[in-house]
Ligand binder design. Structure first.
Ligand code: ADP
Length: 574
């Protein structure tokens, strides 16, 4: 709202001015009076006035000229002309020049004067309000435009951000896809590497076992010849070293089989007592030499016959008994076996191997069943070993449905315990306490049992051929040799044999193909010559491959005289 004073009266008649000023003041207006046009313009130059009541007839500058000057210099000041009835023409001219209204003098009706002034001021107020409204509207329009512009820019910002985000997501998706492809590649590479590792292990196993067969077989044969004491000592040492080396190779193979999930537990009938006794008997000599008593306690309730994996159970027992003796210098090692509980169609059987050896420090007990873990890892270790045995034992025990643990006190000894589940053998009720069955590791006894079988030996490796030939001859067999599969097939066509030992890998025609050819030919005659695979392949699946080629049994190299004898007797028994 325009500031300033309300009503300026311009009249040379002081009475009129005084009356009007009083009148307007009484009405609440801020009012003053001047006598001339010059004074009026001066006053307007000093102070803004809302309304000037201007007499037309003034001394000096005329009211009309003052009106013109106000129109030019003070357009916001309204003017009401005061004129006499006689000069209506002047009033019309004044209206044309911008005066708001006119009043005729003398004023007969002061109320009408006040009403005119009120009207003029009200109109002015309304005008000002309108102007303010317009300004507000204009401001609002500007604000609206600004907000609209902001919205547009925010919108385009948003669109830009959405586009940017979409691009980022697309990029991330592409990266993810690339990573998946990479991971798939890495997985395939890892699988290929694993397959290569398995293949490598199979090949290594074959390559190492082949000469090991020569070493062990020849040493064993040598032990059956006339030797002086010194020579016998050397050969025994040679044989034992070979056995140790073979043990390590077998451990490594076992681990790789377990890791590949290829180690399966058999379910065949066996004599639990015999397995426990056999494992202990193997170490009697070691104990005797060390001066450590080796004791065996078989619980009266331990079932004798069971269905399970005797070889794996023996392996675990041997490992623990071997450790117990290895880490005990004085005192004793006691092996006990008993029935823990009957469950379902079988039994949980428990084993304990207690020694009075060096013991295991508490901080090492937790990791002792981990791969490659040894309590004494120093370079100057006193005891040998690979740190694989207990890790394998743990895996095997778990595969046999049980668990293994140890309690130990350094300096006082250790007690290893494990439980395995075995199924009851179908004829378990007929359990009788037979005499302990001796393991046939006594060479003299083995050789005493003569076989007299006609054997065809197909083997291309001269050393292995020599070993097997010598062992078979020592067992009383008549042996013909074929140097490859083709020779074996034609030898069988010429002559009949009780048994064929067939090496699997041979030049020209390998053992599998030779067996297939032999079986093919036998189809007409109705004859079936037992064929036993001789192979240095010890990886899982080798046995199945041999059987599916038409062979009857499997003997993995290196083998012992006792194993060979057992096989010959089994397959030639009428
Ligand atoms: P290793 O071939 O080294 O004997 P194992 O896995 O059979 O491998 O044993 C791991 C380690 O556990 C051994 O090196 C030895 O430190 C400790 N250990 C095993 N059995 C005994 C025991 N009866 N007494 C003391 N320490 C033992």
């Amino acid at each position: 709202m325009a500031a300033g004073r309300d009503i300026l009266i311009v009249d040379d008649n002081e009475v009129v001015t005084g009356v009007l000023v009083d009148l307007f003041r009484r009405e609440g207006y801020d009012s003053a009076g001047v006598a001339t046009g010059e004074e009026c313009l001066e006053e307007l130059g000093r102070t803004p006035w809302k309304l000037v009541m201007l007499d037309v007839r003034l001394p000096g500058i005329s009211g009309i000229d003052v009106l013109r000057a106000i129109g030019d210099d003070h357009p916001r000041t309204d003017v009401i002309i005061m004129t006499s009835h006689v000069s209506l023409e002047t009033a019309v001219q004044a209206i044309r020049l911008g005066a708001q209204d006119y009043l005729f003098k003398p004023f007969d009706d002061l109320e009408m004067v006040v009403a005119t002034v009120n009207r003029a001021l009200e109109r002015r107020r309304l005008m000002e309000q309108r102007e303010q409204l317009i300004r507000i509207l204009a401001d609002l329009a500007i604000e609206n435009t600004r907000i609209l512009a902001e919205l547009r820019s925010a919108n385009s910002d948003l669109e830009e951000k959405v586009a940017q985000r979409t691009a980022e997501i697309t990029k991330a998706n592409l990266q993810q896809k690339a990573i998946i492809v990479e991971l798939k590649g890495a997985k395939e590479a890892a699988e290929a590497a694993n397959r290569a590792k398995s293949q490598f292990l199979a090949n290594m196993s074959h390559e190492i076992r082949t000469p090991m067969n020569g070493v062990l077989g020849m040493a064993e044969l040598l032990l059956h010849t006339e030797l002086d004491q010194k020579q016998r000592g050397y050969v025994e040492m040679l044989h034992q070293s070979g056995e140790s080396l073979l043990g390590i190779i077998n451990d490594i193979l076992n681990i790789s089989r377990i890791e590949a999930g290829k180690l399966e537990i058999e379910k065949i009938p066996f004599d639990l007592h015999e397995i426990v006794r056999g494992a202990v008997d193997l170490y009697r000599e070691v104990g005797r030499r060390k001066g450590v008593a080796l004791e065996l306690e078989i619980g009266p309730d331990l079932p004798r016959r069971a269905l399970g994996d005797p070889n794996r159970l023996r392996q675990v027992l041997i490992n623990i008994v071997n450790n117990a003796l290895k880490f005990t210098e004085h005192g004793s090692v006691t092996v006990s076996a008993c029935l823990v509980e009957k469950s379902g169609n079988g039994h949980y059987v428990g084993f304990e191997v207690r020694d009075t050896g060096i013991g295991i420090p508490a901080e090492s007990v937790g990791g002792i069943f981990e791969l490659f873990t040894q309590v004494d890892g120093s370079a100057t270790r006193r005891y040998g070993g690979t740190g694989l045995g207990l890790a394998i034992a743990k895996q095997l025990v778990e595969l046999m449905g049980g668990e293994i643990g140890v309690e130990s006190e350094p300096g006082r000894g250790s007690t290893f315990t494990f439980i395995v589940y075995v199924n009851a053998a179908p004829d378990a009720e007929s359990d009788v306490e037979d005499d302990p069955i001796e393991l046939d590791n006594e060479c003299e006894e083995t050789l005493a049992a003569q076989c007299h079988a006609r054997v065809l030996l197909a083997e291309d490796n001269p050393v292995n051929c020599e070993v097997a030939h010598a062992m078979m001859t020592a067992l009383g067999c008549q042996v013909d040799v074929a140097q490859n599969g083709a020779q074996a097939v034609s030898a069988l066509a010429r002559k009949s044999y009780d048994l064929v030992f067939m090496d699997c890998q041979m030049p020209e025609l390998d053992g599998y193909e030779a067996t297939r050819a032999i079986r093919e030919r036998e189809r007409d005659s109705g004859r079936h010559t037992p064929i036993i695979a001789l192979t240095a392949h010890a990886m899982a699946g080798s046995r199945e491959t041999c059987l599916s080629a038409g062979m009857d049994d499997f003997l993995s190299k290196p083998f012992k005289l006792g194993q060979l004898q057992e096989l010959i007797q089994r397959w030639t028994a009428a």
